[in-house]
Design a binder for this molecule. Structure first.
Ligand SMILES: NC(=O)c1ccc[n+]([C@@H]2O[C@H](COP(=O)([O-])OP(=O)(O)OC[C@H]3O[C@@H](n4cnc5c(N)ncnc54)[C@H](OP(=O)(O)O)[C@@H]3O)[C@@H](O)[C@H]2O)c1
Length: 348
């Protein structure tokens, strides 16, 4: 679909979404539209099963196409949310054609040449991309947005985090499993190893090493890469809960430096991408039903941990499909676009 006129066509990128029919892909369409992202054209890609489906962008119908190596010819920017296998196959092809890939999967996140970016934390890393930029794991994104300003001021030594993760973090089949279990409808293939309705599973993704799941390992490795600090100790436990609006995290921090609670509150209130919701007398604290469809990371239950010299408890909630995936990817694209426009202006 051509959206802009001839003048903007020269400057605005042709965009593709790989995995457009998934939970994240559909949210990407919505976020691009809401933020009025300046694109020249939008191409929607998925598997052959979805080819011909009609989705809409800015009130206009768009037909989904099967993703093939030819899909990226003439595409300047591709937002990938089609899973790690598809990313490994197609992202290098797109990058070789000159497309900038912003990839939501785990395929390239720990590749040393691929920047792993949360724009509130390490926007400068975008500049050193070689065709692919990775979007971090959803649980990691919402945590580092809050950790970064605290680390700069008080130096974090250790993080103990327990997650309460929404089923939407595991894709459309996971959501279907929860809905079918609640409705007591027959279920096809399960996404989770157990019933998720009325339950809590202390397993997100598969178990990989020393009793930890892949999600837990990602939280450790990705946090250190994004924050450029391998010294931070992180002890994670990731739990799937029957929630739809977003992920919640109980986070306990130990700092090197002493702090005053008022200073922490003030710092978080003035840090980008964060909304403080903390009025316990009124039972005000972050919850997935309030975070749902919002772009910010919400933090509350901010209190001192008196069991250590300089410790802090936090409760962090964010919509995993937005800041944890689609919004973060589009924000990366916005920074990239601004950098590209500056470079073009300097050349002109
Ligand atoms: N959900 C989250 O909160 C979240 C957060 C951060 C990152 N991510 C990552 O984002 C990716 C997508 O997640 P999701 O939750 O949107 O999953 P999903 O709902 O299961 O959707 C997967 C999408 O990928 C497409 N797809 C799969 N294999 C493909 C292939 N070989 N070629 C073309 N398209 C293909 C599917 O197309 P069909 O509809 O045609 O099958 C669908 O559009 C995953 O890598 C996930 O780890 C998700």
């Amino acid at each position: 679909m051509k959206i802009s006129d001839q003048t903007t066509l020269m400057k605005n990128p042709n965009v593709a979404i790989a995995g457009a029919t998934g939970l994240v892909g559909r949210k990407m369409i919505q976020v691009l539209e809401e933020r009025n992202f300046p694109l020249a054209s939008l191409k929607l890609l998925a598997t052959a099963q979805s080819a011909g489906k009609v989705l809409s962008f800015s009130g206009k119908p768009l037909i989904v196409e099967e993703m093939t190596p030819r899909s990226f010819v003439g595409v300047d920017l591709a937002l990938f949310s089609a899973g790690a296998r598809a990313s490994k196959e197609f992202a290098p092809i797109a990058a070789a054609l000159g497309t900038l890939v912003i990839d939501n999967s785990s395929a390239f996140r720990m590749d040393p040449v691929v920047p792993l970016v949360v724009p509130e934390v390490n926007p400068g890393d975008i500049r050193r991309h070689k065709g692919i930029i990775a979007n971090p794991n959803c649980s990691t994104i919402q945590m580092v947005v809050v950790l970064q300003p605290l680390h700069e001021r008080f130096r974090i030594k250790r993080v103990v985090v327990s997650t309460y993760q929404s089923v939407t973090g595991a894709g459309k089949r996971a959501l279907k499993q929860l809905e079918s279990e609640i409705a007591q409808e027959p279920l096809g293939e399960r996404k989770f190893p157990h019933q998720i309705a009325y339950n809590a599973l202390p397993q997100v993704d598969v178990f990989v090493e020393a009793g930890f799941t892949r999600e837990e390992i990602k939280m450790v490795q990705e946090t250190r890469k994004i924050m450029h600090d391998d010294s931070i100790q992180i002890a994670p436990t990731c739990v799937r809960v029957p929630v739809i609006g977003g992920h919640s995290e109980s986070v306990n921090l130990e700092f090197e430096r002493p702090f005053e609670l008022d200073a922490v509150m003030e710092l978080l209130r003035h840090s980008p991408g964060i909304t403080v919701q903390d009025d316990v007398a009124q039972s005000i604290y972050p919850m997935p039903i309030w975070a749902h469809e919002k772009d910010d990371v919400f933090v509350g239950r901010i209190r001192r941990d008196t069991t250590v010299a300089s410790g802090l408890h936090l409760w962090i909630v964010s919509d995993n499909l937005r800041k944890g995936a689609a919004t973060n990817a589009v924000q990366i694209a916005e920074v990239w676009l601004a950098q590209r426009q500056t470079a073009e202006a300097q050349r002109a």
